[in-house]
Design a protein around this ligand. Structure first.
Ligand SMILES: C[S@@+](CC[C@H](N)C(=O)[O-])C[C@H]1O[C@@H](n2cnc3c(N)ncnc32)[C@H](O)[C@@H]1O
Length: 257
């Protein structure tokens, strides 16, 4: 077994995270650079240090997860959600159950909550927001952002739903109430079900083809009939029909009846 393979095995035993389900070339490059920066010559000495140093372990988890996010990321797609997909969903039902999977710092579930609140009373909405990374979920729950994260937020929403202080924006507390943040590993935890909309963007690109196939099946089972799956702008599904999906629009899939 190579130094890297032994490392992935030990990481799985220690954290439950299976690095082999992430694309190896990218992951290995990222972790090698971190390991070198920390001054370890191989993965086995790096793991020994990680195993006894909580801070080093947390830095490693941070690096492997890539937390970049922003509100209304790829804003044209959010317009499609608002103008085309949402009206159809709301025609069929008065309550909505939504899952923002791999939600990072919360920009995505708050975007969903803000958008929905313009069309439906938030008491009729429940949003589950999950991520593998505990630390990022703590930040998400605080709902505090820099200007950069808000660059795509329309001015009207920014004025209405954020308070600005000391160069930081805090999201209105009503949105925090609509969202339940929870730790969840898409590669190993059981999937919750009964959703009308699942948003999972900019994480599937890091996974192997086999892992993605499995995840698409699971998301499909998690959706109600006619529920919608919204993916990232480089994450089109190759053969949606194999997961009981049909294409509604680019990057939007609907589960068949
Ligand atoms: C690039 S961010 C995407 C954030 C947001 N969805 C967006 O599009 O802006 C990727 C997120 O995926 C999370 N992640 C990585 N592996 C995961 C896994 N196995 N299960 C759940 N979340 C994971 C990371 O912690 C990170 O917060």
């Amino acid at each position: 077994m190579s130094d890297y393979q032994t490392f992935t095995k030990s990481i799985k035993e220690k954290t439950g995270i299976d690095l082999n389900l992430y694309k190896e070339v990218q992951m290995k490059r990222r972790l090698t650079s971190l390991r070198d920066k920390k001054g370890f010559k191989d993965f086995s000495s790096y793991f020994n240090a990680l195993a006894s140093d909580q801070e080093l372990l947390s830095e490693f988890l941070d690096k492997m997860t890539i937390n970049v996010s922003e509100f209304f990321r790829n804003s044209a797609r959010w317009k499609v959600l608002e103008k085309k997909i949402l009206p159809e969903l709301l025609k069929r039902q008065s309550h909505l159950k939504v899952w923002s999977a791999a939600c990072s710092t919360g920009d995505e579930p708050y975007t969903i909550a803000m958008m929905l609140s313009e069309h439906i009373d938030l008491s009729k909405v429940s949003i589950l927001a999950t991520d593998i990374d505990d630390k990022i979920l703590e930040r998400a729950q605080k709902g505090i952002y820099t200007e950069r994260a808000l660059k795509e937020v329309p001015k009207s929403l920014k004025d209405k739903y954020f308070t600005y202080e000391n160069s930081l924006y805090t999201i209105d507390a009503r949105f925090k109430k609509a969202i339940t943040f929870k730790k969840h590993n898409l590669l190993s935890d059981p999937y919750p079900s009964g959703f009308d909309l699942i948003v999972c963007r900019n994480v599937l690109i890091y996974f192997t083809e086999e892992a993605k196939t499995e995840i698409y099946h699971k998301f499909s089972r998690s959706l109600n009939n006619n529920g919608v799956f919204f993916v990232g702008s480089t994450e089109q599904i190759f053969s949606p029909e194999s997961y009981n999906f049909r294409v509604l629009d680019t990057f939007f899939y609907q589960k068949n009846d």
